[in-house]
Each structure stands twice: as C-alpha cells, then as structure tokens.
Design a protein around this ligand. Structure first.
Ligand code: HEM
Length: 142
C-alpha cells in the first residue's frame, strides 16, 4: 500500500466516522439486499452491538495502516471465529461489495476511483487474513 493510498483511506474514513452508525446500518441493509440468505446468520444478533463491532474492527485497521502485518494474528483469529458463525469464503466478496457501496453512498463527492482502489486493497488484506484463519480452523476440524 502506498503512502498516498494510506492518506486516501485516512481521509475518507475520517469523513465516515461522524456518520458511522448510519453507515453501518446502510451496510447491513445493502448486505441483506445483495444476499437475503445472509440474514439468517444474524438471526440472534443484537444489530446495534454488531454495527459498533464492525466500526471498531474497521477503526483498528485504519489505526494500523503503517503496520498491517501486526494485525494478522488478530484477523486470523477473527476469521477462525467466523467459521462458527456460519460464514463461508464466498461471503467475504459480498461483504466487500456492500462495504464499498456504503462508502460510496456515504462519501458522495469525496468518493473516487482512487478511494475505491485503496478500500478494495485494504478490505482484500483484511478478508485475506480472515480467510486464512478460517482455512486453518477448517483444516483442524477436518
Ligand atoms: C472484513 C471482514 C469482517 C470483519 C472486520 C468482521 C468483523 C466482525 C466482528 C468484530 C464481529 C464480532 C464477533 C467477534 O469478534 O468474533 C463479527 C461477528 C460476526 N460477523 Fe463479521 N466481520 C467480517 C466479515 C464477515 C462476513 C463476510 C460475514 C458473513 C456474512 C460476517 C458475519 C458475521 C456474523 C454472523 C457474526 C456474529 C454475530 C453474532 O455475534 O451474533 N462477518 N464480525
């Protein structure tokens, strides 16, 4: 990730933070619109708490852009727990799509192809580490 991409991520995230809860609500609405079958994974979930957890997880990533490698064990553990939540590999793509859509809606004119590339890269890093953690969990269970 280039310094310019990190700057883009920090700048765009800074604009999302004040509207984070609304953005998180838009994200889940969009997610369930793209794939209604995902609703059942959140059947017993307190969605207000879940919105906070999502924002906290993204904040952690944004705070650690200069040393993302340091987050890998945490992300692998998170991915491992997601296996138990019923999350499959293909779901990460849907979540990424809903996330980028939400950022685009929330940021309006601040959104740009440069911002889209930077977010796709950051999300890809997080999802990749989580999927590796999930693969390890599946290998142990097999
Ligand atoms: C970058 C990707 C993701 C991040 C950062 C993320 C973050 C989180 C966090 C922080 C939690 C709280 C529980 C814990 O720490 O174990 C959680 C729970 C959960 N996530 Fe994710 N998640 C991601 C991807 C996904 C995907 C792809 C799905 C599938 C649609 C998903 C579905 C769930 C479900 C079902 C729960 C459990 C809710 C409950 O406690 O009832 N997540 N996620």
């Amino acid at each position: 990730m280039t310094p310019a991409q990190k700057e883009t991520l920090r700048e765009t995230w800074g604009k999302v933070v004040p509207i984070a809860d609304t953005a998180a609500a838009m994200f889940y609405d969009r997610l369930f619109e793209i794939d209604p079958t995902l609703r059942r994974l959140f059947g017993g979930t307190d969605m207000a708490g879940q919105r906070e957890k999502l924002v906290e997880a993204l904040s952690l990533v944004l705070e650690n852009l200069d040393d993302l490698e340091a987050l890998v064990p945490t992300l692998e553990d998170l991915g491992c727990r997601h296996v138990a939540y019923g999350v499959k590999t293909g779901h990460y793509e849907t979540v990424g799509e809903a996330l980028l859509w939400t950022l685009e809606q929330g940021l309006g004119e601040t959104w740009s192809p440069t911002a889209a590339d930077a977010w796709a890269l950051a999300y890809g890093f997080v999802a990749g580490a989580m999927q590796r953690g999930a693969a390890t969990a599946n290998a142990i269970a097999a």
